[in-house]
Design a binder for this molecule. Structure first.
Ligand code: ATP
Length: 137
């Protein structure tokens, strides 16, 4: 598949890194197919992260993701899911490679700047959480 889904998380958005992050994404060869700014309620975040509901950090993650606006986007590129996870770097910024989005903009394991889908199946599910069929150009 050639699509993935990303979110620019609340800290990175609030700190004004949206433009720099989108520039890195486009320069890496991803096309932005859909994009919007939204603010999740804790309940919305809970639905989005339902797959993580058994994890010990689930409550904090949902609170964090609903604390301020985020940017949600569908991206297109060959090998999108894997290439995007390479571009963003490891989940924990302490482990993220030099030059990755998380190395540059993440503050912590929780406030790690961006989300990237982990499979083609989840990319489709996550994109459909935010965008209608009409918005998927
Ligand atoms: P994402 O799905 O956001 O791209 P990921 O797949 O790299 O991240 P997951 O293990 O799916 O990481 O965790 C989802 C998100 O939950 C992480 O991006 C991070 O913000 C947060 N998270 C993961 N582990 C922890 C933890 N131990 N404590 C707090 N937050 C965590």
């Amino acid at each position: 598949n050639n699509k993935t889904f990303t979110m620019i998380k609340p800290d990175a958005f609030a700190d004004g890194h949206t433009g720099a992050i989108l520039k890195m994404i486009e320069e890496a060869g991803f096309k932005i197919k859909a994009i919007k700014t939204v603010k999740l309620s804790a309940e919305d975040a809970g639905k989005f992260y339902a797959v993580h509901s058994a994890r010990p950090f689930y409550g904090e993650l949902c609170a964090y993701m609903s604390k301020g606006p985020i940017v949600a986007a569908i991206l297109e590129k060959d090998n999108a899911v894997a290439d995007f996870r390479t571009l963003i770097g490891a989940t924990n910024p302490a482990d993220a490679a030099e030059g990755t989005i998380r190395k540059l903009f993440a503050k912590s394991l929780e406030a790690n700047a961006v989300h990237g889908s982990d499979s083609d199946e989840n990319a489709a599910i996550e994109g459909s959480f935010y965008f209608s069929e009409l918005e998927k150009i």
